[in-house]
Design a protein around this ligand. Structure first.
Ligand SMILES: [Zn+2]
Length: 411
Protein backbone atom coordinates (compact mmCIF):
# COMPACT_ATOMS: atom_id res chain seq x y z
CA UNK A 1 0.00 0.00 0.00
CA UNK A 2 1.62 3.22 -1.13
CA UNK A 3 -0.23 5.25 1.59
CA UNK A 4 2.32 3.93 4.06
CA UNK A 5 5.33 5.05 2.00
CA UNK A 6 7.53 7.74 3.54
CA UNK A 7 10.56 9.67 2.35
CA UNK A 8 13.95 9.08 4.00
CA UNK A 9 14.17 11.97 6.46
CA UNK A 10 17.84 11.41 7.39
CA UNK A 11 18.98 11.29 3.78
CA UNK A 12 17.03 14.42 2.88
CA UNK A 13 18.37 16.24 5.95
CA UNK A 14 21.98 15.32 5.17
CA UNK A 15 21.57 16.66 1.64
CA UNK A 16 19.73 19.77 2.82
CA UNK A 17 22.48 20.59 5.34
CA UNK A 18 25.24 20.12 2.76
CA UNK A 19 23.36 22.40 0.39
CA UNK A 20 22.93 25.06 3.11
CA UNK A 21 26.72 25.13 3.43
CA UNK A 22 27.24 26.30 -0.16
CA UNK A 23 27.26 30.10 -0.27
CA UNK A 24 26.64 30.13 3.50
CA UNK A 25 26.82 33.60 5.04
CA UNK A 26 27.70 32.34 8.52
CA UNK A 27 24.49 33.58 10.16
CA UNK A 28 22.25 30.74 8.98
CA UNK A 29 21.55 32.29 5.58
CA UNK A 30 22.93 31.77 2.06
CA UNK A 31 24.02 34.16 -0.66
CA UNK A 32 23.46 32.50 -4.04
CA UNK A 33 22.25 35.04 -6.60
CA UNK A 34 21.81 33.51 -10.05
CA UNK A 35 25.10 32.53 -11.77
CA UNK A 36 27.24 33.83 -8.89
CA UNK A 37 30.19 31.58 -7.95
CA UNK A 38 28.15 30.16 -5.06
CA UNK A 39 25.16 29.48 -7.30
CA UNK A 40 27.32 27.70 -9.89
CA UNK A 41 28.89 25.64 -7.08
CA UNK A 42 25.39 24.74 -5.89
CA UNK A 43 24.39 23.54 -9.33
CA UNK A 44 27.57 21.47 -9.66
CA UNK A 45 26.87 19.90 -6.25
CA UNK A 46 23.27 19.09 -7.24
CA UNK A 47 24.44 17.48 -10.46
CA UNK A 48 26.86 15.26 -8.50
CA UNK A 49 24.11 14.25 -6.07
CA UNK A 50 21.84 13.24 -8.95
CA UNK A 51 24.60 11.25 -10.65
CA UNK A 52 25.40 9.44 -7.38
CA UNK A 53 21.72 8.64 -6.77
CA UNK A 54 21.28 6.53 -9.88
CA UNK A 55 18.63 8.88 -11.25
CA UNK A 56 19.29 10.34 -14.68
CA UNK A 57 20.81 13.84 -14.81
CA UNK A 58 19.54 16.29 -17.43
CA UNK A 59 20.22 19.94 -18.15
CA UNK A 60 18.32 22.05 -20.69
CA UNK A 61 19.19 25.19 -22.65
CA UNK A 62 17.94 27.41 -19.83
CA UNK A 63 20.34 25.72 -17.39
CA UNK A 64 17.52 24.00 -15.49
CA UNK A 65 19.04 20.99 -13.67
CA UNK A 66 16.92 17.87 -13.37
CA UNK A 67 16.86 14.39 -11.88
CA UNK A 68 14.72 12.12 -14.01
CA UNK A 69 13.05 8.77 -13.30
CA UNK A 70 11.93 7.71 -16.76
CA UNK A 71 9.01 5.36 -17.39
CA UNK A 72 9.17 2.60 -19.96
CA UNK A 73 7.01 4.44 -22.52
CA UNK A 74 9.20 6.75 -24.61
CA UNK A 75 6.25 8.94 -25.55
CA UNK A 76 4.87 9.40 -22.03
CA UNK A 77 4.54 12.97 -20.74
CA UNK A 78 6.52 14.23 -17.76
CA UNK A 79 5.27 15.06 -14.29
CA UNK A 80 7.52 17.70 -12.73
CA UNK A 81 8.31 18.48 -9.09
CA UNK A 82 10.60 21.33 -8.28
CA UNK A 83 11.65 24.72 -7.04
CA UNK A 84 14.88 26.73 -7.22
CA UNK A 85 18.42 26.71 -5.79
CA UNK A 86 19.20 30.40 -6.41
CA UNK A 87 18.60 32.86 -3.57
CA UNK A 88 18.06 36.57 -3.17
CA UNK A 89 21.22 38.37 -1.96
CA UNK A 90 21.76 37.25 1.66
CA UNK A 91 18.63 35.10 1.61
CA UNK A 92 17.55 32.15 3.73
CA UNK A 93 18.49 28.48 3.36
CA UNK A 94 14.92 27.13 2.98
CA UNK A 95 13.42 29.29 0.20
CA UNK A 96 13.54 27.14 -2.95
CA UNK A 97 16.16 24.74 -1.56
CA UNK A 98 13.58 22.80 0.47
CA UNK A 99 11.41 22.28 -2.61
CA UNK A 100 14.28 20.99 -4.74
CA UNK A 101 15.63 18.68 -2.02
CA UNK A 102 12.13 17.32 -1.32
CA UNK A 103 11.48 16.72 -5.04
CA UNK A 104 14.81 14.91 -5.37
CA UNK A 105 14.10 12.82 -2.24
CA UNK A 106 10.62 11.89 -3.52
CA UNK A 107 12.12 10.54 -6.77
CA UNK A 108 14.86 8.69 -4.89
CA UNK A 109 12.24 7.09 -2.60
CA UNK A 110 10.14 5.96 -5.56
CA UNK A 111 13.21 4.60 -7.38
CA UNK A 112 14.46 2.74 -4.27
CA UNK A 113 11.05 1.13 -3.81
CA UNK A 114 11.26 -0.22 -7.36
CA UNK A 115 7.95 1.42 -8.28
CA UNK A 116 7.39 2.03 -11.98
CA UNK A 117 5.80 5.40 -12.69
CA UNK A 118 3.14 5.65 -15.40
CA UNK A 119 4.72 8.89 -16.65
CA UNK A 120 8.24 10.29 -16.50
CA UNK A 121 9.04 11.90 -13.16
CA UNK A 122 11.40 14.87 -13.01
CA UNK A 123 12.78 16.80 -10.02
CA UNK A 124 13.86 20.18 -11.34
CA UNK A 125 15.92 23.15 -10.13
CA UNK A 126 14.71 26.19 -12.10
CA UNK A 127 17.22 28.86 -13.13
CA UNK A 128 16.80 32.38 -11.67
CA UNK A 129 13.44 32.07 -9.95
CA UNK A 130 14.24 35.01 -7.66
CA UNK A 131 14.81 37.55 -10.41
CA UNK A 132 18.46 38.54 -9.91
CA UNK A 133 18.49 38.64 -13.72
CA UNK A 134 14.98 38.09 -15.11
CA UNK A 135 12.76 36.23 -12.61
CA UNK A 136 10.98 32.87 -13.18
CA UNK A 137 13.52 32.58 -16.01
CA UNK A 138 13.99 28.80 -16.16
CA UNK A 139 10.30 27.98 -15.83
CA UNK A 140 9.31 30.63 -18.39
CA UNK A 141 11.87 29.20 -20.82
CA UNK A 142 10.69 25.61 -20.28
CA UNK A 143 7.02 26.49 -20.78
CA UNK A 144 7.65 28.62 -23.88
CA UNK A 145 6.74 31.93 -22.21
CA UNK A 146 10.18 33.50 -22.55
CA UNK A 147 10.12 36.34 -25.10
CA UNK A 148 13.36 37.42 -26.84
CA UNK A 149 12.77 41.09 -25.89
CA UNK A 150 12.70 40.15 -22.20
CA UNK A 151 16.27 38.85 -22.60
CA UNK A 152 17.26 42.15 -24.25
CA UNK A 153 15.85 44.26 -21.42
CA UNK A 154 15.97 42.18 -18.22
CA UNK A 155 15.34 43.72 -14.80
CA UNK A 156 18.89 42.89 -13.67
CA UNK A 157 20.44 44.63 -16.72
CA UNK A 158 21.52 43.14 -20.05
CA UNK A 159 25.26 43.10 -19.19
CA UNK A 160 24.72 41.12 -15.99
CA UNK A 161 22.55 38.62 -17.88
CA UNK A 162 25.06 38.13 -20.71
CA UNK A 163 27.99 37.71 -18.33
CA UNK A 164 25.99 35.32 -16.12
CA UNK A 165 24.86 33.19 -19.06
CA UNK A 166 28.48 32.99 -20.27
CA UNK A 167 29.66 31.78 -16.85
CA UNK A 168 27.00 29.03 -16.99
CA UNK A 169 27.69 28.15 -20.65
CA UNK A 170 24.31 29.48 -21.82
CA UNK A 171 23.15 32.00 -24.42
CA UNK A 172 20.00 33.75 -25.67
CA UNK A 173 19.61 31.01 -28.28
CA UNK A 174 19.99 28.16 -25.79
CA UNK A 175 17.49 29.85 -23.42
CA UNK A 176 14.86 30.02 -26.13
CA UNK A 177 15.55 26.42 -27.16
CA UNK A 178 14.45 25.09 -23.75
CA UNK A 179 10.73 25.35 -24.56
CA UNK A 180 8.88 22.02 -24.32
CA UNK A 181 5.63 21.11 -26.08
CA UNK A 182 2.48 21.37 -23.98
CA UNK A 183 1.66 17.68 -24.58
CA UNK A 184 4.88 16.68 -22.80
CA UNK A 185 3.75 18.27 -19.50
CA UNK A 186 1.64 16.04 -17.24
CA UNK A 187 1.69 18.28 -14.15
CA UNK A 188 3.77 20.43 -11.83
CA UNK A 189 3.93 20.26 -8.02
CA UNK A 190 5.99 22.37 -5.63
CA UNK A 191 6.67 22.36 -1.91
CA UNK A 192 7.75 25.75 -0.51
CA UNK A 193 8.00 27.50 2.83
CA UNK A 194 5.04 29.80 3.47
CA UNK A 195 7.09 33.02 3.86
CA UNK A 196 4.24 34.34 6.00
CA UNK A 197 2.79 33.77 9.49
CA UNK A 198 -0.62 32.28 8.78
CA UNK A 199 0.24 28.57 9.31
CA UNK A 200 2.37 29.23 12.39
CA UNK A 201 -0.29 31.45 14.00
CA UNK A 202 -3.04 28.89 13.36
CA UNK A 203 -0.87 25.92 14.39
CA UNK A 204 -1.59 24.14 11.09
CA UNK A 205 0.86 21.68 9.44
CA UNK A 206 0.26 22.22 5.71
CA UNK A 207 -1.06 25.05 3.55
CA UNK A 208 -2.68 23.89 0.31
CA UNK A 209 -2.31 26.78 -2.13
CA UNK A 210 -5.55 27.71 -3.90
CA UNK A 211 -4.12 30.53 -6.02
CA UNK A 212 -0.94 32.50 -6.61
CA UNK A 213 -1.73 36.20 -6.57
CA UNK A 214 -1.50 38.39 -9.65
CA UNK A 215 0.42 41.68 -9.65
CA UNK A 216 -0.44 44.95 -11.39
CA UNK A 217 1.90 47.92 -11.38
CA UNK A 218 1.62 51.60 -12.25
CA UNK A 219 3.66 54.75 -12.14
CA UNK A 220 1.41 57.61 -11.00
CA UNK A 221 2.65 61.18 -11.37
CA UNK A 222 1.07 63.91 -9.24
CA UNK A 223 1.84 67.18 -11.00
CA UNK A 224 1.72 70.64 -9.35
CA UNK A 225 3.93 73.69 -9.64
CA UNK A 226 7.42 74.56 -8.39
CA UNK A 227 7.45 77.72 -6.24
CA UNK A 228 9.62 79.44 -3.66
CA UNK A 229 9.06 77.51 -0.42
CA UNK A 230 9.47 80.63 1.72
CA UNK A 231 7.54 83.33 -0.12
CA UNK A 232 4.56 81.28 -1.43
CA UNK A 233 1.73 81.20 1.10
CA UNK A 234 0.37 77.82 2.17
CA UNK A 235 -2.96 78.36 0.40
CA UNK A 236 -1.30 79.39 -2.85
CA UNK A 237 0.70 76.20 -3.49
CA UNK A 238 0.15 73.39 -5.95
CA UNK A 239 2.19 70.95 -3.86
CA UNK A 240 2.50 67.56 -5.60
CA UNK A 241 3.64 65.87 -2.37
CA UNK A 242 0.18 66.40 -0.82
CA UNK A 243 -1.61 64.36 -3.49
CA UNK A 244 0.97 61.57 -3.34
CA UNK A 245 0.92 61.39 0.46
CA UNK A 246 -2.87 61.56 0.77
CA UNK A 247 -3.20 58.85 -1.88
CA UNK A 248 -0.82 56.57 0.05
CA UNK A 249 -2.85 56.84 3.25
CA UNK A 250 -6.28 56.59 1.62
CA UNK A 251 -5.25 53.59 -0.52
CA UNK A 252 -4.23 51.74 2.65
CA UNK A 253 -7.59 52.49 4.30
CA UNK A 254 -9.59 51.37 1.25
CA UNK A 255 -7.75 48.06 0.90
CA UNK A 256 -7.95 47.26 4.62
CA UNK A 257 -11.66 48.09 4.80
CA UNK A 258 -13.06 46.73 1.54
CA UNK A 259 -10.52 44.32 0.00
CA UNK A 260 -9.12 42.10 2.76
CA UNK A 261 -7.63 39.54 0.33
CA UNK A 262 -5.60 42.22 -1.47
CA UNK A 263 -2.48 44.22 -0.72
CA UNK A 264 -1.26 47.52 -2.17
CA UNK A 265 2.25 48.92 -1.91
CA UNK A 266 3.72 52.31 -2.69
CA UNK A 267 7.36 51.34 -2.84
CA UNK A 268 8.91 54.54 -4.06
CA UNK A 269 8.24 58.26 -4.39
CA UNK A 270 10.45 60.44 -6.51
CA UNK A 271 10.23 64.20 -5.88
CA UNK A 272 11.13 66.88 -8.43
CA UNK A 273 12.87 69.24 -8.29
CA UNK A 274 13.54 67.67 -4.87
CA UNK A 275 15.03 70.44 -2.72
CA UNK A 276 14.44 71.82 0.78
CA UNK A 277 13.40 75.21 -0.51
CA UNK A 278 11.22 74.43 -3.54
CA UNK A 279 7.56 73.37 -3.43
CA UNK A 280 7.47 69.92 -5.10
CA UNK A 281 6.29 70.26 -8.71
CA UNK A 282 6.04 66.57 -9.41
CA UNK A 283 5.98 63.34 -7.42
CA UNK A 284 6.22 60.00 -9.18
CA UNK A 285 4.71 57.17 -7.18
CA UNK A 286 5.53 53.46 -7.76
CA UNK A 287 2.29 51.58 -7.11
CA UNK A 288 1.97 47.80 -7.05
CA UNK A 289 -1.06 45.81 -5.93
CA UNK A 290 -1.82 42.10 -5.65
CA UNK A 291 -4.96 39.96 -5.57
CA UNK A 292 -5.72 36.22 -5.90
CA UNK A 293 -8.96 36.92 -7.78
CA UNK A 294 -9.47 38.49 -11.22
CA UNK A 295 -12.81 40.17 -10.33
CA UNK A 296 -11.40 41.65 -7.14
CA UNK A 297 -8.45 42.90 -9.20
CA UNK A 298 -10.71 44.91 -11.45
CA UNK A 299 -12.47 46.44 -8.45
CA UNK A 300 -9.16 47.18 -6.73
CA UNK A 301 -7.79 48.73 -9.90
CA UNK A 302 -10.74 51.07 -10.35
CA UNK A 303 -10.96 52.16 -6.69
CA UNK A 304 -7.23 52.90 -6.51
CA UNK A 305 -7.22 54.94 -9.72
CA UNK A 306 -10.36 56.80 -8.63
CA UNK A 307 -8.75 57.51 -5.28
CA UNK A 308 -5.61 58.89 -7.00
CA UNK A 309 -7.77 61.16 -9.19
CA UNK A 310 -9.74 62.45 -6.18
CA UNK A 311 -6.63 63.20 -4.13
CA UNK A 312 -5.05 65.00 -7.12
CA UNK A 313 -8.22 67.12 -7.56
CA UNK A 314 -8.38 67.88 -3.86
CA UNK A 315 -5.00 69.62 -4.01
CA UNK A 316 -5.42 71.18 -7.49
CA UNK A 317 -2.96 68.78 -9.13
CA UNK A 318 -2.86 66.97 -12.44
CA UNK A 319 -2.48 63.22 -12.50
CA UNK A 320 -0.60 61.18 -15.07
CA UNK A 321 -1.21 57.41 -15.06
CA UNK A 322 1.29 55.03 -16.64
CA UNK A 323 0.40 51.31 -16.67
CA UNK A 324 3.58 49.22 -16.29
CA UNK A 325 2.24 45.70 -16.61
CA UNK A 326 0.35 42.88 -14.97
CA UNK A 327 0.54 39.20 -14.09
CA UNK A 328 -2.85 37.51 -13.77
CA UNK A 329 -3.60 35.38 -10.70
CA UNK A 330 -2.91 31.64 -11.20
CA UNK A 331 -5.52 29.24 -9.88
CA UNK A 332 -4.21 25.91 -8.63
CA UNK A 333 -5.80 22.76 -10.03
CA UNK A 334 -8.82 21.49 -8.01
CA UNK A 335 -8.01 17.81 -8.41
CA UNK A 336 -4.45 18.39 -7.23
CA UNK A 337 -5.77 20.30 -4.20
CA UNK A 338 -8.07 17.40 -3.24
CA UNK A 339 -5.19 14.98 -3.74
CA UNK A 340 -3.12 17.04 -1.29
CA UNK A 341 -6.11 16.88 1.11
CA UNK A 342 -6.16 13.07 0.87
CA UNK A 343 -2.38 12.90 1.38
CA UNK A 344 -2.72 15.03 4.54
CA UNK A 345 -5.46 12.65 5.76
CA UNK A 346 -3.20 9.63 5.13
CA UNK A 347 -0.46 11.32 7.15
CA UNK A 348 -2.71 12.67 9.93
CA UNK A 349 -1.70 16.27 9.15
CA UNK A 350 -3.86 19.37 9.58
CA UNK A 351 -4.16 21.67 6.57
CA UNK A 352 -5.88 24.78 5.30
CA UNK A 353 -6.32 26.42 1.91
CA UNK A 354 -4.08 29.49 1.42
CA UNK A 355 -3.32 31.97 -1.31
CA UNK A 356 0.29 32.71 -2.14
CA UNK A 357 1.19 36.39 -1.98
CA UNK A 358 4.59 35.70 -3.56
CA UNK A 359 5.24 34.64 -7.14
CA UNK A 360 6.43 31.08 -7.87
CA UNK A 361 7.53 28.99 -10.87
CA UNK A 362 4.13 27.22 -10.88
CA UNK A 363 2.66 30.37 -12.50
CA UNK A 364 4.61 29.56 -15.66
CA UNK A 365 2.65 26.31 -16.05
CA UNK A 366 -0.76 28.02 -15.79
CA UNK A 367 -3.09 26.70 -18.49
CA UNK A 368 -0.56 24.09 -19.69
CA UNK A 369 -1.02 21.29 -17.14
CA UNK A 370 -2.41 20.72 -13.62
CA UNK A 371 -0.42 22.76 -11.07
CA UNK A 372 -0.39 22.46 -7.28
CA UNK A 373 1.62 23.88 -4.39
CA UNK A 374 1.87 23.25 -0.69
CA UNK A 375 3.38 25.41 2.05
CA UNK A 376 4.96 24.47 5.36
CA UNK A 377 5.17 26.90 8.31
CA UNK A 378 7.83 29.63 8.36
CA UNK A 379 9.00 30.63 11.85
CA UNK A 380 7.77 34.18 12.49
CA UNK A 381 7.02 34.41 8.77
CA UNK A 382 10.64 35.41 8.12
CA UNK A 383 11.90 34.97 4.56
CA UNK A 384 14.47 36.48 2.19
CA UNK A 385 16.53 36.77 5.35
CA UNK A 386 19.02 34.68 7.32
CA UNK A 387 16.26 34.41 9.98
CA UNK A 388 14.27 32.12 7.67
CA UNK A 389 13.55 28.89 9.57
CA UNK A 390 11.23 25.88 9.33
CA UNK A 391 11.25 23.01 11.84
CA UNK A 392 12.71 19.87 10.26
CA UNK A 393 9.57 17.91 11.17
CA UNK A 394 7.56 20.37 9.05
CA UNK A 395 9.99 19.95 6.14
CA UNK A 396 9.55 16.17 6.35
CA UNK A 397 5.74 16.52 6.54
CA UNK A 398 5.78 18.61 3.38
CA UNK A 399 8.00 16.12 1.54
CA UNK A 400 5.73 13.22 2.54
CA UNK A 401 2.63 15.06 1.32
CA UNK A 402 4.47 15.62 -1.96
CA UNK A 403 5.41 11.93 -2.15
CA UNK A 404 1.88 10.65 -1.51
CA UNK A 405 0.42 13.18 -3.95
CA UNK A 406 2.81 12.02 -6.69
CA UNK A 407 1.96 8.38 -5.98
CA UNK A 408 -1.76 9.21 -6.35
CA UNK A 409 -1.43 11.43 -9.43
CA UNK A 410 1.40 10.02 -11.49
CA UNK A 411 1.72 6.27 -10.95
ZN1 LIG B 1 11.20 30.61 -3.52
Amino acid sequence: MTETFRINSDRMQAAFNQLAGIGATGDGGVNRPTFSEAHLATRKWFREQIEKSGLEFRIDGAGNHSAVLACSDNHAPTFLLGSHLDSVPNGGRFDGALGVMAAFEVLSTIKDAGLKPGVNLEAIDFTDEEGTLVGLLGSAALTGHLQPDLLQNPRGGRDALVQGMQRAGLSDESMLSAARPKESLAGYLELHIEQGKRLERAGIDIGIVSAIVGIWSYRLSFIGRADHAGTTTMDDRLDASLGASAFTLTAREIVMKDLPNCVANIGNMDFSPGAFNIVPARVEVSLEFRSPDEEEFKRLNSVLLECATQEANRFGLDLNVEFLGKHSPSLMNNQVQSTFDEACDDLGLSRTPLTSGAGHDGQSFDGLCPVGMIFVPSKEGASHSAREFTEWEDCVNGANVLLLAVLKLAM
